[in-house]
Design a protein around this ligand. Structure first.
Ligand SMILES: C[S@@+](CC[C@H](N)C(=O)[O-])C[C@H]1O[C@@H](n2cnc3c(N)ncnc32)[C@H](O)[C@@H]1O
Length: 294
């Protein structure tokens, strides 16, 4: 049955503690339906370009999937997820007690910039702190309210200590089912695409403007290499999302492509039209795959 024009609930559990520019937590109801329709309930869900894993953690916390592989090449993002998985008590303590002011912001930024992976939990917390105190969550941006804190919103505007501590506590209940890794996304796709009972949702950096939002920008060659691998696994269950640019139609000319809209976008005002590419195995999702984000 086509889903064109069908209203889909935008209700979704908010479990990810990260704010992510262009985050895809709004895809949660769509992914849930796809996974159920394919008989993959209880599967291993893999995000090779994880970022905030907004949709994936919702699927885990509601029991739709059994485990979530969270892969991100950015060592700081990886450090955060590894800390959630293995050091949640310490993380909750930091969330409750760390000052929310520009002095502390500078200290956390130093830890983040030093990128010392041998102090993984500290790096993970600094990443989280900047994500929650910076404008739009952009890690190399400035603090909400500015360095002089003269803006309408202040540095603590997005740092609800108890709400965030609760999200970490909920995730700690699933620590055996969260697998954080830090490899190239293509290696992760190669590893998991062959496995049964596995669903891959790939949300790589965009063609446009990715450089300013993420630490690891993709080169044109990276986009081509990704397409080569995903197209070679067209008979496996995966979904890919991208910005709506002509290169996607070219790289995935043999696959079904469906437009959808996200309201929220860090680099464009208003609605951004994005594109979903479907592995051949996936059921039809219908043209006008409307998704509303916040
Ligand atoms: C578009 S974001 C993913 C957003 C995510 N879907 C969400 O909802 O929050 C892309 C992520 O890919 C990561 N990344 C960039 N290059 C990568 C690579 N070669 N392999 C794995 N991850 C990479 C970036 O650090 C960034 O966090």
């Amino acid at each position: 049955m086509s889903m064109a024009g069908t209203a889909v609930s935008t209700l979704r559990p908010r479990v990810s503690p990260l704010r992510y520019p262009g985050g895809k937590s709004a895809l949660y109801p769509r992914l849930r339906k796809l996974i159920r329709d394919m008989g993959l309930a209880g599967c291993t869900y893999v995000e090779p370009y994880a970022g905030g894993v907004g949709a994936g953690l919702g699927l885990l916390a509601t029991g739709q999937v059994e485990r979530v592989v969270i892969n991100d090449l950015d060592p700081a993002i990886y450090a955060f997820w590894a800390t959630v998985q293995s050091d949640s008590g310490w993380l909750i303590e930091q969330i409750r007690k760390t000052e929310l002011d520009v002095n502390e912001w500078r200290r956390q930024r130093e830890i983040y910039q030093s990128a010392d992976t041998s102090r993984r939990s500290e790096l993970g917390f600094a990443t989280f702190y900047l994500n929650r105190t910076n404008r739009s969550g952009v890690l190399n941006g400035g603090p909400i309210g500015g360095l002089d804190q003269s803006g309408n919103y202040k540095i603590d505007a997005r740092f609800n200590r108890e709400g965030l501590a609760e999200r970490i506590r909920i995730l700690s209940l699933y620590s055996d089912n969260i697998i954080p890794t830090s490899q190239d996304g293509i290696e992760i796709i190669e590893k998991y695409a062959k496995q049964d009972n596995t669903f891959i949702y790939a949300d790589p950096p965009y063609f446009e403007k990715a450089g300013s939002l993420y630490l690891n920008a993709f080169s044109p060659d990276d986009h081509t290499a990704l397409a080569r691998v995903l197209n070679s696994y067209a008979d496996r269950p995966w979904l890919l999302t991208y910005d709506n640019v002509p290169q996607v139609a070219k790289l995935y000319s043999d696959r079904r492509r469906r437009k959808f809209e996200l309201n929220y976008s860090a680099h464009r005002v208003g609605k951004a039209t994005e594109i979903a590419v479907l592995a051949d195995l996936l059921p039809e999702v219908g043209e006008g795959w409307k998704v509303t984000s916040s």
